[in-house]
Design a protein around this ligand. Structure first.
Ligand code: CMC
Length: 441
């Protein structure tokens, strides 16, 4: 063995990085290169019992141990609870940066200088309006339509307003769609909210900053100018920073997989929104609030936990495919809760959440399975304090995640190794059956 070094993917790199595989079916031995702690699944195809054999495949439902791409966007070490965007720790970004600066960082790979940030902010700010027909389109939804469904449909519909968005190989056209997506997402989200509330849609206010403008589009009534509370605006900005990217999760993989067909970025991002909608992904924040309301009182927590352990339901906002430690985002959100509650008064559900966390972190069931609070456990409490209805929670996740999706999409488009995503299967059905006429079945 050569000099050992831990690779970022968790494997161990050695000087002679190969894996020797013996096929006991044939007695043949193969040497497979190990690169960055991984072997190429296609290398297994050389392992055959005879010439006509397809070769060995790897079987990995739910991608438990398969790297689907090389990425330089987000680094995540789930064992140690580390999250970095482009190498910058999430804690530092949440403390010093703004969401728009982080979006720039994700898309461009570097933090902007003052001039670049100014230009970027200006571009985003001047693309916040949507075509008037989008408004009529949203008006077509039922009064009680889920805002996530409205967001999903309207982002997909944007591709029809910008038909040249399908020219994904043109860097300038591509860049314009990136600006549009980041800029228009809060507008679409706020329109969906106002639709549910039966209130007139509020146009963007370009004097306000990104989160402040969003709050204005949500809550402005008859006042001439909406003045966001700076503490609430900052809390929202921090939440946006924390949700901006999370490497190859379900929705990002959906964006990449759909985008690999070379469809326009609006359609690819709509796929990401659809994936995020699910209760095991972004929809979990909504489920956490519903769960806390159902538990009702701190005294009911032990019974609820007992039900979870019996497998009756899941403790929403707990557990993660990658984090086997406290989600660093949950730590930051827990602190942001204090700042928000200072303005809004404490959300009584916080007491139940803290009791759940306390009991779960000491309970063998959760300890053994390394289940810790994730980003969704406390975020809903802040959203509720900001007067967001639960249906909006996942929408609040989708707005900032757009910068992550689009950065990952961009990376994929330029990655020479990527092709249309097309997994294999192990066929388990019948073969070669003769059709039986209806009267004989
Ligand atoms: N409550 C109770 N038990 C759980 C939970 C939970 N929240 N999460 C996992 N487990 C148990 C699970 O039953 C299994 O136990 P056993 O080994 O006895 O069968 C074990 O822990 C491993 O769970 P898994 O389902 O195999 O793990 P996974 O990696 O497939 O699932 C997860 C990850 C996030 C889907 C899951 O932990 C979960 O459903 N959590 C609740 C929903 C949630 O909070 N989702 C938000 C994730 S973070 C934000 C995001 O990505 O969108």
């Amino acid at each position: 063995m050569g000099t050992e070094e831990q690779t970022e993917t968790g494997g161990v790199a050695t000087a002679n990085d190969t894996l020797t595989i013996t096929d006991n079916r044939t007695g043949k031995t193969y040497e497979v290169p190990v690169e960055d702690g991984t072997i190429r699944a296609t290398a297994l195809r050389d392992i055959k019992v005879n010439e006509s054999d397809f070769g060995v495949m790897s079987y990995d439902p739910a991608f438990m141990n398969t790297a689907s791409c090389r990425s330089a966007v987000t680094y995540l070490d789930g064992e140690n609870g580390v999250l970095e965007y482009r190498g910058y720790p999430i804690e530092q970004l949440a403390e010093h940066s703004t969401y728009l600066e982080v979006a720039y960082l994700l898309v461009h790979g570097e933090l902007p200088n003052a001039k670049q940030l100014d230009e970027w902010t200006n571009k985003i700010t001047t693309h916040t309006f949507v075509h008037e027909n989008v408004k009529s389109f949203i008006q077509g939804f039922r009064y009680d339509a889920h805002p996530m469904g409205m967001l999903l449909a309207s982002v997909g519909a944007l591709s029809t307003f910008y038909p040249d968005a399908n020219q994904i190989k043109d860097p300038e056209i591509r860049y314009l769609q990136i600006i549009r997506l980041i800029a228009k997402m809060p507008t679409l989200a706020a329109f969906a909210y106002r639709h549910n509330m039966g209130q007139p849609y509020v146009y963007p206010d370009n004097d306000l900053r990104y989160p402040g403008n969003f709050l204005s589009m949500l809550f402005k009534m008859s006042e001439l100018k909406y003045e966001p509370d700076p503490r609430l605006e900052r809390a929202l900005d921090i939440l946006f920073i924390l949700h901006a990217d999370h490497e190859q999760n379900c929705s990002t993989s959906a964006v990449r997989a759909v985008g690999s067909s070379q469809v326009d970025p609006y359609s690819a991002v709509a796929a990401g929104i659809a994936a995020l909608y699910g209760p095991l992904h972004g929809g979990a924040n909504e489920q956490v609030l519903r769960m806390l309301r159902r538990i009702e009182r701190k005294e009911n927590v032990p019974d609820f936990i007992a039900g979870v352990k019996e497998g009756k339901e899941r403790l929403m906002g707990f557990g993660h495919r990658v984090y086997k430690n406290y989600d660093p985002r949950a730590k930051i959100i827990k602190k942001a809760c204090d700042d928000v509650f200072e303005v809004t008064g404490v959300n009584p559900l916080l007491e139940i959440a803290m009791e759940l966390e306390k009991i779960a972190l000491e309970d063998e069931y959760f300890v053994k399975r390394k289940l810790y609070p994730n980003v969704d456990f406390y975020s809903g409490l802040i959203y509720e304090a900001l007067h967001m209805p639960v249906g909006m929670f996942t929408v609040l996740f989708a707005i900032p995640r757009t910068s992550g999706w689009i950065s990952q999409w961009l990376e994929m488009i330029d990655d020479k190794e990527q092709k249309i995503a097309r997994p294999r299967q192990i066929y388990t059905g019948e073969r070669n059956r003769d059709y039986i006429p209806l009267d004989k079945r």
